[in-house]
Design a protein around this ligand. Structure first.
Ligand code: CP
Length: 305
């Protein structure tokens, strides 16, 4: 048995545990005052080797709202990484000070590597173009709160399916719930990686691939938009060619069902016109707030609070 529960990949939690976490977050939303002191005396280390607004601040505010404290950096050049310290030694060291570590890193697999050396639980806050499991927890809470179920959903994921780690985590996770099906909407150059398609095929999940956003919309319960991930492109020219391939507008929203919801992990660049923000089906800013509550529930779970 591992010494600690970590969250590196959404598959680290069973489907029952995912339902429990969503229910715990909903309890926190209903009665936040009941949770103000559950992490008194605990310290979260927030190690961000890559930029972040939502993930960093939602973890920081989650720990503070539970009564705990936060240490860490958002600029690795201020840490001993700049002197050549290894990830393994950093993990071992930081876990002498903190009760739980949250790490974001541009290199795939870093959070897992840290978890092998840390003397406390490690949470993957995004590893390169691979996975972003706490965004998936945020998405599950958003879907449950706005749609009322996590199964029997027709989900369109649109944009940069190649590099979008939030998409990889969400699709492989939702594939474990019954009767979910997917429409992968992207240009050929940014299509879903084979490993994701193989993983969901093992669950017998239906999916199709297209570059037709408007034609796909009428069948969807959820449209999950994503940014073209400039930082993962080798060629700036290629990025510029693809960055505005899909732009969701108010006119395109007329193709959608009246109860379809629009989600986006954010940040947005140009892929959703701001005119869509006032459509009641646009849930991406509510999604931001749900992210804090689910991270409160996650910290409590991993620290056995
Ligand atoms: N959704 C998300 O990961 O946003 P940040 O990059 O701002 O953390």
């Amino acid at each position: 048995m591992p010494r600690f529960r970590n969250l590196i990949d959404p598959s680290d939690f069973s489907v029952d545990e995912l339902y429990e976490l969503v229910a715990d977050a909903q309890k926190i939303i209903s009665s936040p005052d009941n949770f103000k002191h559950v992490a008194d005396g605990k310290i979260l280390a927030s190690l961000f080797y890559e930029p972040s607004t939502r993930t960093k601040f939602s973890f920081d505010s989650a720990m503070l709202r539970l009564g705990g404290q936060v240490i860490g950096f958002s600029d690795p050049s201020t840490s001993s990484t700049a002197k050549g310290e290894t990830i393994a030694d950093s993990a071992k060291t930081v876990s002498q000070y903190a009760d739980i570590i949250v790490v974001r890193h541009p290199k795939e697999g870093t959070a897992r590597l840290m978890s092998k050396f840390a003397d406390c639980p490690v949470i993957n806050a995004g590893d390169g173009g691979h996975q972003h499991p706490t965004q998936t927890l945020t998405d599950l809470l958003t879907i449950m709160s706005c749609v009322g179920r996590l199964d029997n959903l027709s989900v369109g994921v649109c944009g940069d399916l190649k590099f979008g780690r939030t998409i990889h985590s969400l699709v492989t996770c939702l594939a474990r719930f019954p009767r979910n099906r997917f429409v992968f909407i992207s240009p050929d150059e940014l299509s879903m990686p084979a490993y994701v398609k193989e993983t969901i095929s093992k669950h017998g999940v239906e999916f199709c691939e297209t570059s037709d956003l408007e034609g796909s919309m009428p069948q969807l319960d959820i449209l999950y938009m994503s940014r073209v991930q400039r930082e993962r492109f080798v060629s700036e020219e290629e990025y510029l060619r693809l960055k505005d391939y899909f732009i969701l507008t108010a006119a395109k929203m007329q193709c959608a069902k009246p109860d379809m919801i629009v989600m986006h992990p954010l940040p947005r660049v140009n892929e959703i016109a701001t005119e869509v923000d006032s459509d009641p089906r646009a849930k991406y800013f509510e999604q931001v707030r749900f992210g804090m509550f689910i991270r409160m529930a996650l910290i409590m779970k991993l620290l056995n609070l």
